[in-house]
Design a binder for this molecule. Structure first.
Ligand code: DGL
Length: 265
């Protein structure tokens, strides 16, 4: 079982920020990534729809013999984690808890802001997890729906990205937040722009780094770390060539193959 792969999924390219962190932290693991490019974005969809997509992907990953599933998507973690845990035979880890834990440990003044998709913000999942750990925390949530298409388009370094970040983050100054959670796995791609708009006094909590550490601890505790050489297999539910081309912006290297896997086909 230790050498069985780890399954990772997201609505599209965003989860690659987590994949990259996992490859660095756990180079011996065999990773299978699924990007649901046929259905991106998840952030504007209902709980029922996101849950159905997530279950379909998780079941596909289980058929591939994974030992663990990582929901590399805040929206799916916020809306579908409980259902996934009920329905999967293997353990399922999401991104919300590690992010909330890191943010409460990081914040000095108890003022924490969450940037996320509309669905993640509406679910209140981060607020709940933060208040569980720091009941007096002041939590501000800001939906940033245009961040995902900017990243999916490979436009994170264009001036438009900076303008969009400035506009969405305007209300932050008034809140006095000293810690900001990048509550969508697409957002670490915009981290340099977000950091330069917010300045050095604000700490950014990146779900990628936090989750990779969490997975490492989990596998070590369970004595389930793989040995030998790691590998990577990538599936996309639509337009695999486009995925391959744009993945380079995030991974920094060219993927050899992206396989097409339509859900329910
Ligand atoms: N990357 C995802 C997240 O972490 C979803 C973005 C989307 O599809 O809207 O929320």
């Amino acid at each position: 079982m230790n050498n069985a792969p780890i399954g990772i999924f997201d609505s599209g390219l965003g989860g690659l920020t987590i994949l990259k962190a996992l490859q660095k932290a756990l180079p011996a693991e065999k990773l299978i990534y699924f990007g649901d490019t046929a259905n991106v974005p998840y952030g504007s969809k209902s709980r029922a729809t996101v849950t159905q997509f997530s279950l379909d992907i998780a079941h596909f990953l289980e058929q591939k013999g994974v030992k663990l599933i990582i929901v590399a998507c805040n929206t799916a973690s916020a809306l579908a984690l409980a259902q996934l845990r009920k329905s999967c035979r293997v353990p399922v880890l999401g991104v919300i808890e590690p992010g909330a834990k890191k943010a409460t440990a990081t914040s000095q003044n108890g003022r924490i802001a969450v940037l996320g998709t509309e669905a993640t913000v509406k679910s209140g999942a981060y607020r709940q997890q933060i208040l569980k750990r720091a009941p007096k925390a002041k939590v501000t949530q800001i939906p940033c729906p245009l961040f995902v298409p900017l990243v999916e388009e490979g436009w994170a370094k264009k001036p438009l990205a900076r303008l969009t970040v400035q506009e969405y983050l305007k209300p932050l100054a008034k809140t006095g937040a000293d810690t900001v959670i990048l509550g969508c796995t697409h957002y670490p791609v915009l981290k340099p722009v977000i950091a330069s708009v917010l300045g050095k006094q604000v700490q950014l909590v990146d779900s990628a780094q936090t989750l990779a550490q969490e997975v490492k601890t989990y596998l070590t505790q369970k004595d389930a770390q793989a040995q030998g050489k790691g590998s990577l297999t990538i599936y996309a539910s639509d337009a695999p060539e486009r995925f391959k081309r744009l993945a380079k912006h995030i991974l920094g290297t060219q993927l050899k193959t992206v396989r097409l896997k339509k859900l329910n086909a």
